[in-house]
Design a protein around this ligand. Structure first.
Ligand SMILES: [Zn+2]
Length: 181
């Protein structure tokens, strides 16, 4: 669990809820890994804690910003995401406009790496991270890019950004990196 998730634990959402949330390091989305609706929205079912069946992203939004009669929409176009940073409340009209803007685009194909508005690494940086493999210790690479060692490891093993080349050699590391977060 990352620090941002821990900071939210004081809010009236039980620990069991966060156990079903998996932060996605590239996009910054927090993905719900529990049950979902047909449309991909996370659902929680607890009569005591959530008054019956509730959408997971709405539970998070209301715990932080208070109850709302509006729709709770996603900036990131990722229905299972419960990161409050990606959520906003909108009217019926906003909801329709939002759905129209997103069209039939599947959330699974909509956002990929750098094209995603919240990617924390550029493609060039990913290639550079791969080039540094075996040259610099993983924890130093992690420090330099302000990423976790787990993320660096995943990039090295191409579990993340797997569509980019392995980037062995030929890349000169830039001395001072500005990683936007
Ligand atoms: Zn998101």
């Amino acid at each position: 669990m990352n620090d941002a998730l821990l900071a939210l634990e004081g809010i009236s959402i039980p620990r069991g809820f966060w156990a079903k949330v998996e932060p996605e390091p590239n996009s910054g989305c927090w993905l719900w890994t529990g049950a979902t609706t047909y449309g991909g929205y996370g659902v929680v079912n607890s009569r005591i804690l959530f008054h019956g069946l509730r959408r997971a992203h709405r539970v998070v939004y209301e715990a932080i910003f208070g109850p709302t009669s509006l729709h709770v929409l996603h900036r990131c176009d990722t229905p299972p995401c419960v990161n409050p940073r990606d959520l906003f409340a909108g009217t019926d009209a906003d909801n329709v406009a939002d759905m129209r803007a997103k069209g039939r685009r599947s959330y699974k194909t909509a956002a990929k790496g750098e094209q995603h508005g919240m990617a924390r690494l550029s493609e060039a940086q990913v290639i550079e991270i791969r080039a540094l493999r075996g040259v610099v210790r993983q924890c130093e690479i992690a420090d330099r890019f302000s990423m976790s060692v787990c993320t660096i490891e995943a990039i090295h093993q191409r579990r993340l950004w797997k569509w980019l080349p392995a980037g062995k050699g030929g890349v000169t590391p830039t001395p001072a990196l500005q990683v936007s977060r």
